[in-house]
Write a protein that binds this ligand. Structure first.
Ligand code: PLP
Length: 407
């Protein structure tokens, strides 16, 4: 680990306080030209006594705007202090969690996994259009049938086709010959450029796609491609539970990764993360964003710097070992639940490195599902699977009650 370590609350407080001091101080400097300000002091008092020990809440009150991307080019100088903490989060995750070379990635904190996925697809669509003179009709988004629906939003917004590859019903793995058939068919229909969204754990099953399978078959078919990893669900779990994997920047085929701090990291909503190899963010540069210093290469526009500070605090409160222990506790509970299901001969899917269990709907009445808040694979058609996500609050004592109610 080069950057990730554990810091005490008071060490964190010192760093955040100093970062806030490097941001604009409205007592000394009144900016006339930009519409920035603290939270309305009439509503959100700066004087509340609990703020003294709460650096994140102090950040919320100062309300830094992290508009733009801070790992490349210039940024708004008014919020330089907290932008630095965001840069640290991006560098820590890219190097210590996703095996990138030092300083080789850009990134920013997006509103969520949806935005990070759309941003990646947007960048690659523009890349193919600008570098290869591709037309919209020649570009497609390629992903598995278990992929998150944000990919279809991206295809719709970007006016490109989406291609969904079937997975095996039992293993939830992409079926190689079907993928190959889909590529050949798309090629026959004029697609020359593929934007792949590979899952680093699907939302419903926790299944993981092999990016090298995509790379191999796309290369065999002689087409251009870029691979984005959607780690919105698994990005803070899988690299820890299975460190020798190919879903990171040590794999040349991987260009970018989405993470969601507001899922397993329990950060405030609005903390999706995009990490991308340097040289690519520029393809989403909006040159008309002239009033923003350094322009804007992000989809968001204005966004809260407090979200970056929240992610920074979570990472440095746990440190790598604390996080490892937490993930392993969740995996232990998941394993416990699997062995209970095994002993009852109940059909389920679980990826061995993930904390999601999808149980065949044959064993679960809809009453039981609603009593325990299980999530069905579909709300509109016949349910095949109900999933359980083993999180911090899902304790074995509670799982035991659930198990007793199963046939
Ligand atoms: C949750 C999720 C998303 C979307 O994330 P939001 O933060 O809800 O926008 C995308 N992909 C996967 C795999 C997810 O689990």
């Amino acid at each position: 680990m080069k950057h990730w370590k554990k810091l005490s609350h008071s060490e964190q407080d010192k760093i955040i306080t100093s970062a806030l001091q490097k941001n604009i101080n409205y007592q000394d400097f009144i900016p006339l030209g930009i519409p920035v300000s603290k939270l309305d002091p009439y509503v959100f008092s700066e004087q509340a006594s609990f703020l003294k020990d709460a650096p994140l809440l102090r950040t919320y009150i100062q309300n830094p705007n992290h508009i733009g991307c801070h790992t490349l080019g210039e940024s708004e100088p008014f919020f330089a202090g907290t932008q630095q903490l965001e840069r640290e989060v991006i560098e820590l995750l890219s190097v210590d969690v996703f095996n990138a070379e030092d300083g080789s990635c850009d990134g920013y904190i997006a509103t969520g996994g949806t935005e990070a996925n759309i941003q990646a697809a947007w960048i690659y669509r523009n890349y193919f259009m600008q570098e290869f003179d591709a037309s919209l009709q020649e570009i497609a988004l390629l992903s598995s049938a278990d992929t998150h629906y944000s990919v279809y939003k991206a295809a719709n917004l970007l006016s490109i086709r989406s291609i969904s590859v079937d997975v095996d019903n039992t293993t939830r793995c992409i079926v190689p010959h079907l993928l190959n058939d889909d590529i050949i068919q798309a090629k026959g229909e004029g697609i020359k450029y593929f934007i792949v969204i590979a899952n680093l754990a699907t939302t419903m099953f926790g299944s993981v796609d092999d990016p090298n399978l995509y790379a191999e078959l796309l290369e065999r078919n002689g087409v251009q491609y870029k691979i984005h990893i959607d780690g919105a669900f698994g990005g803070f779990i899988y690299p820890i539970s299975n460190p020798d994997n190919n879903c990171n920047f040590s794999n040349k085929a991987v260009s970018s990764i989405t993470l969601d701090a507001h899922k397993m990291l329990q950060a405030p909503y609005g903390t999706g993360i995009l990490i991308i190899r340097k040289g690519l963010m520029q393809f989403a540069c909006t040159k008309e964003a002239k009033y923003v210093n350094g322009m804007d290469t992000t989809l968001s526009g204005s966004r809260s710097g407090a979200n970056a500070v929240a992610v920074w605090m979570i990472l440095f409160t746990y440190g790598p070992h604390g996080w490892f222990e937490k993930i392993n506790k969740l995996l232990y509970r998941t394993q416990w639940l699997c062995s209970q299901l095994d002993s009852k001969n109940i059909t389920y899917f679980r990826h061995p490195n993930m904390n999601i269990i999808s149980i065949s709907a044959n064993y679960i009445s809809s009453a039981l599902a609603s009593k325990y808040g299980l999530v069905p694979d579909t709300h509109t058609e016949r349910t095949h699977w109900y999933k359980i996500v083993v999180m911090d609050h899902v304790e074995i004592d509670y799982l035991q009650k659930f198990i007793k109610e199963l046939p």
